[in-house]
Every structure is written in C-alpha cells, then in structure tokens.
Design a protein around this ligand. Structure first.
Ligand SMILES: Cc1cc2nc3c(=O)[nH]c(=O)nc-3n(C[C@H](O)[C@H](O)[C@H](O)COP(=O)(O)OP(=O)(O)OC[C@H]3O[C@@H](n4cnc5c(N)ncnc54)[C@H](O)[C@@H]3O)c2cc1C
Length: 390
C-alpha cells in the first residue's frame, strides 16, 4: 500500500465552519489584513440561517428602541435582505434611530442571504473552501493548536496557521484539540419552506403563498438526540424529516391538492439549536446577567422581550486550556438560561466578528489570543460602534 504524503498549506488564520459566526470571523480577520481561510463542509455560507432555513434575523435591539448589536451584526442584517424580501422598520434605517415599539429585526430569504454572504466574503478577500470537512487537529506540548486536517475533493490537506476559530456550532474543532466541553440537550426541530396556495396572511411568510413549516418536539430520547454522534445526527434528520412527511400525508388524506400545498425547500443541515459548548476561561450563566466585565466585548438584548441588556466577556470565547483557539457563535462558553440569549443569529455575528478581530490582532502582536491586551481589542470594537458597558 502506498501512503501519499499530505499537502501542507500555510496561512494566518483558519476559521472552521462558515455559519453566521464563521462568516463574520473570516470577514473581520480578512478586513484586518491577515490571510484567512474559511472551511465549510456544505456549499453554502450561513449555516443554520441559510442551510438550516432559519430565516428570521432576530432583534439587534434591547426592545426599548436602543440598538445593542453593531458592526457586522448590523451589516449582516442588512445583507440578509439585499437580494430578497424582508423589511427593517423604517426608523432603523436612519443613522440615528428613534425610540419605537417595533424591534430591529427582519425575515429574509435564505438563498438571497447566501448570495450576499458570498459577495461579502469575496470582497473581504477570504479564501473560502467549500465542500471541505474539518477532520482533525494537531496540538503541541503546550496545548497550542498548530494545524488542522481537512478532506475535500483534493484529498486530505493539512493547514498550519497562527490561530484558529471554532465556528462549527458544535465545538467540533475544540473537541478535536482535546478541549473540555459542556454538553447540552436539544429539541427535535425542523424548519422548511412550503408553497401553500390557500395560506393565510402571516408576517413570517416570504411571499403571500410561500411560508415556513416549523416543527419542534420534545425529545423522548434526549440522550441520543444531542447531536454529538454520527448515528445521532442521521437519526435526527430522518425523524424530523419524517414529521414533515406526516404533515403532507395528513393534509392529502384530508383532501388537500398536492398542486396547491407542497414543500419547496428542506434544510440541508440538521436544525440543532444547542449541542455542545467549549468550557471557556469563564462560563456565562444567568446569575451573571447584571454583572459588568472588564473584558466586555459588547452587550446583547433579549430577543424574547424588552429586557435589561447583558454584557459578554471576552473569556467566554477562549477555551480554558487549549491555546491559539477562539470559539464563536453558538458554541461559546455559556450555560443555563443565558444560552437562549446568545444562541441566535445577531449574537453569532457579534462573537464571530470579535473572534476575527482577536485572531488578527494576536497575529499582529505576535501573541496568543489569551495574551491579547484586551483594551486594544476593545478599542477596535468601539470604533465599530460596539457599546461595551451598561
Ligand atoms: C430550529 C431552530 C430555530 C432557530 N430560530 C432562530 C431564529 O428565528 N432567529 C435567530 O436569530 N436564530 C435562530 N436560531 C439560532 C440560529 O440559527 C443559530 O444559533 C445561529 O445561526 C448559529 O450560527 P453559528 O454560525 O454559530 O452556527 P451554525 O449556523 O451551526 O454554523 C456552523 C457551520 O459550521 C459548519 N461545520 C460544522 N462542522 C464542520 C466541520 N467539521 N467541517 C466544516 N464545516 C463544519 C456547518 O456546516 C455550518 O455551516 C434557530 C436555530 C434552530 C436550530
């Protein structure tokens, strides 16, 4: 048997996972002037927001009329409707928004968002590797990540970089680096898009006859549906898609016409909300929601209701022990009720952008992300309009 030698590629920053967090991280790192590779196992950018068909960009405000998420979190909100439907309340379009009851959010067409994300990645100069699976990682004796291994049409490739961002949503890179993680439970969920000729008027619809199917079920076998095993993911997909099939079986049995009611798009990734998180240098939970942190990277609102804002510390992006690695998006170090606030699209964009800045800055300073003078990172964020403290 012949063992082929693995090709090695060198870059500055590798972002694993091209969901909203990964796109934001890669765009920011590239805009900061460092060579950036973005790895994505599907052929779409956007993750759950596009491949998962979760087409509501939740509010970037606090519900009292104040904008909380700035920078790429706001830029991507506007990008989500650039080539498709969706409305942002008129007041929020002006540079100085006024107090208002309507929240700052929108629905969007997932394929339209794919087009604008492709455009932003291209303009920033990100080297995007689609159809590429992160397979493994190499760490040294100081637990610093040195390289990742990926598989794609060219075979197996090793990529060396100064630092890495885990934006896989499921902490897949952190796990491969031997980092400690926190596991979670999850609902059996699926979002899909359907054509319904007789649809009632509903804000969520993309067009009068084009709406969403949302199915959420408590999981009777939560242990097996946490999204952390290959078999579990396949089963989750089969079962959730089965719910959609049952919906049409019932409708047809009840006299529906298959020309008037049918599925148009099914998600091309499993709709997992939470699977696992990194165990960070700090883990945010709801007992800390009123706290102020010296290393705050910004504030977020509560998408479910007008509520006091919460500061996010930089430490929730840093794994406790593994070095040269940042987490972004839904796998940052959070637990309990705080997860509900952080696991959404605008916060994924925000933590992604911070991770991208931190990765670029650490390269420019010749240090690791956990050694970064946090004030310098905060100064960059303030220039983007981030509000750090209450
Ligand atoms: C059912 C459901 C409903 C939701 N509703 C809303 C909503 O209405 N509004 C809202 O704002 N948020 C909602 N959310 C949450 C939100 O969609 C996500 O939390 C957010 O989009 C997460 O972004 P992310 O980039 O962190 O992760 P993801 O979107 O999960 O992106 C991770 C990316 O990494 C890639 N990846 C993973 N592993 C690998 C690997 N090994 N190699 C290469 N690539 C890899 C994946 O393909 C994916 O593209 C919902 C989520 C679910 C599941």
């Amino acid at each position: 048997m012949k063992n082929r030698e693995m090709q090695t590629v060198k870059t500055d920053v590798v972002v694993c996972g091209g969901g909203i967090a990964g796109c934001a991280a890669a765009i920011q790192a590239a805009r900061s002037g460092v060579k950036t590779i973005l790895l994505e196992k599907t052929v779409f950018p956007g993750g759950l927001a596009t491949s998962g068909l979760v087409y509501i960009y939740l509010p970037i405000c606090d519900g009292y009329g104040n904008q909380m998420v700035h920078g790429l979190g706001e830029e991507l909100l506007h990008a989500s409707i650039k080539y498709g439907p969706g409305d942002i309340p008129e007041n929020w379009r002006s540079p100085e928004p006024k107090m208002m009851n309507q929240r700052f959010f929108t629905k969007f067409s997932p394929p339209a968002f794919v087009l604008s994300l492709d455009e932003l990645l291209e303009e920033a100069g990100v080297d995007v590797w689609y159809d590429t699976l992160l397979c493994d990682a190499e760490t040294d004796e100081d637990s610093r990540v040195r390289a990742v291994e990926v598989e794609n049409k060219s075979g197996r490739i090793r990529i060396e970089a100064h630092c890495f961002v885990d934006a896989t949503g499921d902490a897949d890179l952190a796990v491969r680096c031997g980092a400690e993680i926190i596991e979670s439970t999850n609902l059996l969920s699926i979002w899909a898009i359907e054509y319904d000729k007789n649809a009632l008027e509903d804000w969520h619809k993309l067009a009068p006859e084009l709406g969403r199917i949302v199915i959420n079920q408590k999981d009777p076998q939560a242990e097996e549906h946490r999204g952390i095993s290959g078999a579990g993911v396949s089963r989750f997909i089969r079962e959730t898609r089965g719910f959609v099939r049952e919906r049409y079986q019932t409708a047809l049995k009840n006299g529906a016409n298959r020309n008037d009611l049918f599925p148009v798009l099914l998600p091309s990734m499993a709709d997992y909300r939470t699977t696992r998180f990194i165990k960070g240098k700090m883990t945010l939970d709801s007992s800390m929601s009123k706290m102020s942190f010296e290393d705050s990277i910004g504030m977020i609102g509560d998408w479910t209701k007008p509520a006091p804002t919460v500061e996010l510390p930089y430490r929730i992006l840093l794994p406790e022990k593994v070095r040269g690695l940042l987490a972004a998006g839904r796998c940052i170090s959070v637990q309990g009720e705080s997860v509900e606030l952080t696991r959404v699209i605008p916060v994924a964009a925000m933590t992604g952008q911070v991770a991208g800045y931190a990765a670029a800055l650490s390269l420019q300073k010749g240090c690791m992300p956990d050694e970064l003078p946090v004030e310098e990172l905060q100064n960059e964020l303030k220039q983007q309009g981030f509000i750090l403290h209450k």
